[in-house]
Design a binder for this molecule. Structure first.
Ligand code: OAD
Length: 246
C-alpha cells in the first residue's frame, strides 16, 4: 500500500534534496504504544481531556493530579520502544546532506532511536523544572512531597514540557523556523496540524519554496496545502520511502 503512494517524483526530489525538514507529532509514536493527544485516554484518566491537564492553570489548581498524569505518561514512554517510523528518520538523517528533525513529542523516542540534534519544540517529559523559576532540576529536595520540591526554593517541580498558553523554548523555535526557511522538502508526519506555532512550520517552508509532504492516515488542516499526501501510518510509509530510495 505505502509503495503505491510514493511517487517517482518524490523519490527524485528527495534524492536531490540539499536540506530536508521533518516535523513530527504524536502520530509517529502511536505505533510505539504512546497514545496521541487527541485520542481518548484510557484507564483512570479516561474522564479527563489532555487539554484540560496540560496547562499552568490546571497545575496551580491541582498540582498532584497533573503530576500523577505525567507520571502515568512517563511510565508509558518508559515501556515504549522506537518503531520503524522513528528508525527510518535516523536513516534519512544519515544519508541526506542536511536533515533537520523537529518534533512536538516530549517522549524522547527519536533520540532513543538514534536521531541526533533533535529539536524538541514542546520540551521533554524526562526533564523537571522548578514551577516558580523555570530552571531545570535534576535532583529534587529530599522528602515525600508529590509533586517533589525544588532543592533551591522549595516550589513544586513540574514536567519540562510546554503547556497550552506557554511560549515555546526560543532557541528550539528559532532553529525550527530557520530550517523551514531553508529546506527544499518538508515532511509533516503524524501531527494534527492544529497547534501553533508548530503547525505553521510547513506553511512557512512552502512560502519559501519547499515541497510539502504530509504523512498521516487522516486529513488535517495542512492537507489542502500539501503537494503530496501519503495517507498511511508513519511506521509503514517511512520505511518504505527509505527502501525505495536506497
Ligand atoms: P495529535 O494527537 O493532535 O494528532 C496526532 C495525529 O497523528 C493525528 O492527525 C492522527 O491522524 C495522526 N496519526 C495517528 N496515528 C498515526 C500513524 N500511525 N502514523 C501517522 N500519523 C498518525 O498530536 P500532535 O499533532 O502531536 O502540545 O499534537 C500537537 C500538540 O498538541 C502536542 O505536542 C501537544 C498537544 O496538545 C502540547 O502539549 C503543547
Amino acid at each position: 500500500m505505502a509503495a503505491a503512494l510514493i511517487s517517482a517524483a518524490l523519490l527524485e526530489r528527495l534524492a536531490g534534496a540539499q536540506h530536508v525538514l521533518a516535523l513530527t507529532g504524536a502520530g509517529i509514536s502511536a505505533e510505539s504504544g504512546v497514545p496521541t493527544f487527541r485520542d481518548a485516554q484510557t484507564g483512570p484518566w479516561a474522564k479527563y481531556r489532555a487539554e484540560d491537564l496540560a496547562t499552568p492553570e490546571a497545575f496551580t489548581a491541582n498540582p498532584r493530579l497533573v503530576w500523577d498524569w505525567y507520571e502515568w505518561r512517563r511510565q508509558l514512554v518508559a515501556q515504549a520502544e522506537p518503531n520503524p517510523g522513528h528508525h527510518a528518520l535516523v536513516t534519512l538523517q544519515r544519508r541526506l546532506p542536511r536533515f533537520t528533525l523537529v518534533t512536538q513529542n516530549v517522549d524522547g523516542l527519536h533520540a532513543r532511536a538514534g536521531s541526533r540534534a533533535v529539536v524538541e519544540l514542546h520540551g521533554s517529559i524526562a526533564q523537571n523544572l522548578c514551577f516558580a523559576e523555570g530552571t531545570p532540576v535534576d535532583e529534587p529536595a529530599p522528602g515525600d512531597s508529590v509533586p517533589p520540591l525544588c532543592p533551591d526554593c522549595g516550589a513544586f517541580l513540574r514536567p519540562g514540557v510546554v503547556w497550552f498558553g506557554e511560549s515555546l523554548p526560543p532557541q528550539a523555535l528559532q532553529r525550527a523556523e530557520e530550517a523551514a526557511q531553508t529546506c527544499d522538502i518538508v515532511l509533516s508526519i503524524g501531527t494534527s496540524s492544529l497547534v501553533h506555532p508548530a503547525a505553521g512550520l510547513p506553511l512557512l517552508a512552502k512560502r519559501h519554496g519547499a515541497y510539502v509532504v504530509e504523512v498521516n492516515p487522516t486529513s488535517t488542516p495542512l492537507t489542502p496545502h500539501a503537494d503530496l499526501v501519503l495517507a498511511g501510518p508513519a511506521g509503514l510509509v517511512l520505511p518504505e520511502l527509505v527502501r525505495l530510495l536506497w
